[in-house]
Design a protein around this ligand. Structure first.
Ligand SMILES: C[S@@+](CC[C@H](N)C(=O)[O-])C[C@H]1O[C@@H](n2cnc3c(N)ncnc32)[C@H](O)[C@@H]1O
Length: 181
């Protein structure tokens, strides 16, 4: 369940930063990875995409999303397996703070690189690896023990032909816009 502050951050901080980096989804096919209880779906659908699908691993989150936003499409799906989506079938993929929750986050990037159309866009918001470790140590937040970090993410994105066109660091999180070659 997304808290008031989480939604506030998505609406007034992350989405505007994505838009400043070129997020324009009018008339486009978009996929949101790790949509949680659906507030990102609400925001993104205000921007008139042609189609929207939000996916999340947790059934409870998808149930909440469907209850709150019955007009949008949500599916329960592990983001490391996007085989139900055809190659080069999505114009834009959006991730609000999810990769650092996935042990095999590289598999998700592999899948995104396959599913995005040429020149398609990937927008990512993630925290720094060191901050995740800080919160896990002091507040026992319990993220998976993975090798996730922003440097590793950048290197992996580039290796999969997802060229980073914009990067904005903030004290809380970092935002990327990548374009598929
Ligand atoms: C920090 S929450 C972010 C939720 C939402 N995007 C937001 O910004 O509020 C991380 C989300 O990623 C989902 N998630 C974790 N591992 C996943 C996976 N392997 N595949 C799909 N979703 C996953 C969780 O269920 C959770 O909803």
């Amino acid at each position: 369940m997304q808290s008031f502050w989480r939604k506030w951050g998505q609406k007034y901080f992350e989405l505007p930063l994505f838009q400043r980096m070129g997020l324009d989804i009018r008339g486009k096919d978009i996929l949101e990875i790790g949509c949680g209880s659906g507030y990102g779906a609400f925001l993104l659908n205000q921007l008139n995409p042609k189609s929207y699908i939000g996916l999340d691993l947790m059934e409870e989150q998808i149930k909440l999303a469907r209850e709150k936003y019955p007009h949008y499409q949500f599916i329960v799906q592990d983001a490391t397996d996007l085989s139900q989506f055809a190659e080069a079938s999505k114009d834009v993929i959006v991730i609000f703070g999810v990769l650092h929750h996935i042990t095999d986050w590289q598999k998700t990037i592999d899948e995104i690189a396959r599913v995005l159309k040429p020149n398609g866009s990937l927008f990512i918001e993630e925290p720094r690896g060191i901050d995740i470790k800080f919160f896990d140590f002091f507040f026992r937040w319990g993220h998976p023990d993975s090798d996730f970090g922003l440097k590793a993410l950048e290197t992996y994105l580039q290796s999969r032909g997802l060229n980073i066109t914009h990067k904005q660091w903030t004290p809380l999180l970092t935002i990327f816009h990548c374009q598929k070659a």
